[in-house]
Write a protein that binds this ligand. Structure first.
Ligand SMILES: O=C(O)[C@H](O)[C@@H](O)[C@H](O)[C@H](O)COP(=O)(O)O
Length: 246
């Protein structure tokens, strides 16, 4: 069963997420020299800053030199553009560290080459991915999207992909329009999948995902497919409308 960790403001979700990530780091480093993590953009990055960099009890235990950081999705913009997930992570986390992880951004030399090059950015990124990601840290949009796997017929080709691990997402309903995203085959191979979602704007999505099991929402598809390896870190506000006992 999917596990849900629900916190009030006072309970400090970023700290609890930090503890969870720390445990995953330790588990992975028992069997490997490196900890392979892939992160999304959006509000997750602020939570990572609070939980992994600012938190005085967690921060010293994070072995950044053992981390390989990938992106579950990225907007096709230059890496120093304010819309870039890499740029957001750099500003919020990397620039504050004295020991750096190895980070794998997209090759942004092709971002101005037009849509013909975007498939190439995706396939090149697929080449960069390790055999196994230990942990995926994901967000959930108000429409139930995750990574750049959006709901609706127009984007069905992304959630239904069974072979390619990274794809070009065009006409994204959330700007910017062109992105790359990992697909379900990457989730299939991952050690653990963790969603982080907070606030009232997520209430409708939470009701659809947890009460109605509405698989028109990509997050509900992830819950359904990967079940026991999926955890959700949510706050009271986001879960206010959920009636299912979890
Ligand atoms: O690049 C992106 O747009 C993100 O990776 C995206 O998938 C994000 O995780 C969700 O949209 C949730 O974002 P919020 O948590 O900011 O609502």
């Amino acid at each position: 069963m999917v596990s849900v960790h629900k916190y009030s403001i006072e309970e400090n979700l970023p700290h609890k997420l930090g503890e969870y990530i720390l445990q995953k780091q330790e588990d992975s480093l028992k069997n490997s020299q490196v900890f392979n993590v892939a992160i999304s953009g959006g509000s997750l990055i602020d939570v990572l800053e609070k939980g992994l960099v600012d938190d005085p009890t967690i921060a010293p235990k994070i072995k950044w030199d053992k981390w390989n950081v990938y992106f579950v999705d990225e907007r096709i913009v230059p890496l120093d553009h304010r819309d870039s997930n890499y740029c957001a992570f750099k500003d919020a986390v990397l620039d504050k560290l004295s020991v750096l992880p190895r980070v794998y951004p997209i090759d942004d030399s092709l971002v101005d080459a037009g849509s013909a090059a975007y498939e190439k950015i995706a396939s090149e990124y697929e080449e960069l991915l390790p055999k196994k990601l230990d942990l995926l840290l994901l967000g959930c949009g108000p429409d139930g999207h995750t990574c750049s796997l959006f709901p609706g017929d127009h984007h069905r080709y992304l959630i239904e992909e069974t072979t390619k691990q990274v794809m070009w997402c065009h006409d994204s309903p959330k700007p910017p329009s062109d992105r790359i995203t990992i697909t379900l085959p990457v989730m299939e191979g991952a050690g653990a999948i963790c969603f982080v979602t907070m606030g009232t704007s997520k209430q409708d999505a939470m009701h659809h995902i947890f009460d109605l099991k509405d698989t028109s929402m990509p997050c509900a598809v992830v819950n359904e497919h990967f079940d026991a390896k999926v955890s959700w870190f949510v706050d009271d506000l986001a879960f206010e409308t959920v009636t299912t006992n979890l």
